[in-house]
Design a protein around this ligand. Sequence first.
Ligand SMILES: C[S@@+](CC[C@H](N)C(=O)[O-])C[C@H]1O[C@@H](n2cnc3c(N)ncnc32)[C@H](O)[C@@H]1O
Length: 200
Amino acid sequence: MSAVRAYWDARAADYDSEEPVEGSGAYWRHVATNVLCQRADVRKTDTIVDLGCGTGNVARTLAPHAKRVIGVDFSEAMLAQAAEDQAIAWVNADLRAAAVPLGTHVVTACFSVSQIDGEERRALFERLHKKLVEGGLLVLADWYANLPFDDIEGIEDWFPPEHVDEVAAMTVLRELEDRGYRVVHEPLHPAVSVLTAMRM
Ligand SMILES: C[S@@+](CC[C@H](N)C(=O)[O-])C[C@H]1O[C@@H](n2cnc3c(N)ncnc32)[C@H](O)[C@@H]1O
C-alpha cells in the first residue's frame, strides 16, 4: 500500500472533525473548497467527477445541482465515511488511472492532485482533456504555491510535506495551458490556489 493511501486511511475517522480555526491549514482548505464548488458552475444536466473525493464534501455539495456525480478515492476508509449518500457513485480507485466517462462536464479535485508527482499530473491533465466536453471545466483547489513553501512559516504542520508535490501555481497553470485548457488562477493564500481550467 502506498504511504499516501495509508496516511488517509489512518486520518479518515477524524478528517471531518478537524476545526477550521482561522489561519490554519484546515481553514484554508475550507475556504478553497467553497471557491472550488462555486467555480464548478454545475448544471442539472452535468456529469461530474470528483477526484480524491475523500469523505465526499465536494461531491455532496455538488450532487443536488447535477445529473450524475462520481466520487473517486483510493482510501477505502475515507470512502467509508462518505458511503451513506446514495445519490453519488463512490468508486474506490486511484485517480491516476480511474475511469472518467467520455463527455464529462466538470472534473473537480480538491487537495488531491498535489499528492501525485509532476509527470503523473501532466498525464492526468492530458487524459482528462480527452474525456471532458469542449467548454467543460477542470477545477483544482490545492497546495499550489504563490510563494516558495520554505518562506511560509508553519506550513509543514498543515500537511505531510513528503506527500505533497511542491509546485508553483503558475507552473500548473502553464502545464494546463500547454495541454489545451484556458485557465483562471485564484491565489487564496501564499500556499493555496484555485485553478479553473476550461477545456478548449
Ligand atoms: C486532503 S484529502 C481531500 C479530500 C476531499 N477532496 C476534500 O476536499 O475534503 C485528500 C484525498 O485524496 C485522496 N488521494 C490522494 N491520492 C490519491 C490517488 N492517487 N488516487 C485516489 N485518491 C487519492 C486521499 O485518499 C484523500 O482522501
